[in-house]
Design a protein around this ligand. Structure first.
Ligand code: SF4
Length: 379
């Protein structure tokens, strides 16, 4: 059977964070209930096309999936199990925001088959959480973390952010250390820099000078600290912003970076199957109407060979292990040197990547990955 990953989008949040441009919004109970029915109908509609696949990973993302109660998550999981063939050892992750998941819900999630949590802490400093509009305080994170242990979750990711308003490298270090001093330690840490997205309240406040972000030098120091501190504590960096204890790399996200097949279910969810890319409608009414009318999505884009090569390189190079020279040739019937010879030589000369059986970004290359990856665009 062919491997498949599933992504389910839960687009609801208690309220919008100041920096957020994800597809998420506040909703009342009735809207959430309606959405779940539509999601179940979409599972029903889509699953028959994936009979020859076995699901290796499932990811509930958002939004805030932990706004769904235990019973609702159990219903969705039961439906997935009834409609898809799911591997016994499948990684089944769910995003949880502190302050939204009760112990009884966490117990139900675990019973329903969820075996990995990703908790959005972002910072251990309450003023910084407030500055970016998060709904929780650090203490609430601690309660969620210990409730997750009590519910039987052993595989837990924690999201941290750097370059936040008011953050210094010292206070960032404090957040890192608090996370590393948790008992037991999280198995995985994602550490991203805050990106100020156009159209968000944070962007407006920065432009108006109402909010000040750390200077670039301070930000670089936080970035360097992440690698240094986490490495010392036994976490391997396996992707530009992701660190794991050995054996705990996120299998689901690795599917994205290696261009495995994945099916997105829910509002705006993206899919890649056999080199066809598509996304569900991001407008609720249009999405609900199509699913209610049992209509398949018509707009699917088949990627050209050049687009596939570009993705192969710039997604694969995000991984510290890089991309396989042999796999490139097996996939495209042409050597990577033939297609990217000039780009490889240029960045090799500058010490930004190495080429042997694998093509990898060096540590210096990972620091400036966007600059290097832009050169892999063929058009
Ligand atoms: S919790 Fe996540 S998805 Fe929801 S508003 Fe905040 S950043 Fe956006």
């Amino acid at each position: 059977m062919k491997p498949l990953s599933l992504y389910l989008h839960i687009p609801f949040c208690v309220r919008k964070c100041h920096y957020c441009d994800f597809l998420s919004f506040q909703a009342d109970e009735a809207q959430v209930k309606d959405y779940v029915e539509i999601l179940l109908a979409e599972i029903d509609l889509e699953a028959p096309s994936y009979k020859e696949y076995e699901v290796q990973t499932i990811f509930f993302g958002g939004g805030t999936p932990s706004l769904l109660d235990g019973q609702t998550m159990s219903r969705i999981m039961e439906s997935l199990c009834a409609h898809f063939s799911i591997a016994k050892d499948a990684e089944i992750s769910m995003e949880v925001n502190p302050g939204t998941a009760t112990l009884s819900n966490l117990i139900s999630y675990r019973k329903a088959g969820i075996n990995r949590l990703s908790i959005g802490l972002q910072s251990a400093v309450d003023e910084q959480l407030l500055a970016i509009g998060r709904i929780h305080k650090y203490d609430q994170f601690l309660s969620t973390y210990s409730a997750a242990q009590e519910a039987g979750f052993e595989n837990i990711n924690i999201d941290l952010m750097s370059a936040l308003p008011g953050q210094t490298w010292e206070s960032y270090l404090m957040s890192l250390e608090k996370v590393l001093n948790l008992t037991p330690r999280p198995t995985h840490i994602s550490a991203y820099s805050l990106i100020v997205e156009e159209g968000t309240p944070l962007c407006e406040w920065v432009e108006q000078g109402k909010v000040t972000l750390p200077e670039e030098e301070e930000e670089r120091r936080m970035y360097a600290l992440t690698l240094e501190v986490l490495r010392k504590k036994g976490y391997d960096r396996y992707e530009i912003s992701n660190y794991a204890l050995p054996g705990y790399e996120c299998k689901h996200n690795c599917v994205y970076w290696t261009r495995g097949d994945y099916l997105g279910l829910g509002l705006g969810a993206a899919s890649l199957i056999d080199n066809n890319r598509w996304s569900n409608e991001s407008e609720m009414q249009a999405y609900q109407e199509r699913i209610s009318n049992k209509m398949p999505l018509s707009a699917k884009q088949t990627l050209s060979v050049s687009e596939q090569m570009e993705e192969f390189m710039f997604l694969g190079l995000r991984l510290v292990e890089g991309v396989s020279v042999k796999k490139f040739e097996e996939t495209f019937g042409v050597s990577v040197r033939e297609v990217y010879g000039k780009v490889l030589s240029k960045h090799q000369k500058d010490g930004l990547l190495t080429v042997d059986e694998q093509i990898r970004l060096t540590e210096k290359g990972l620091d400036v990955s966007n600059y290097v990856m832009a050169d892999f665009l063929l058009s």
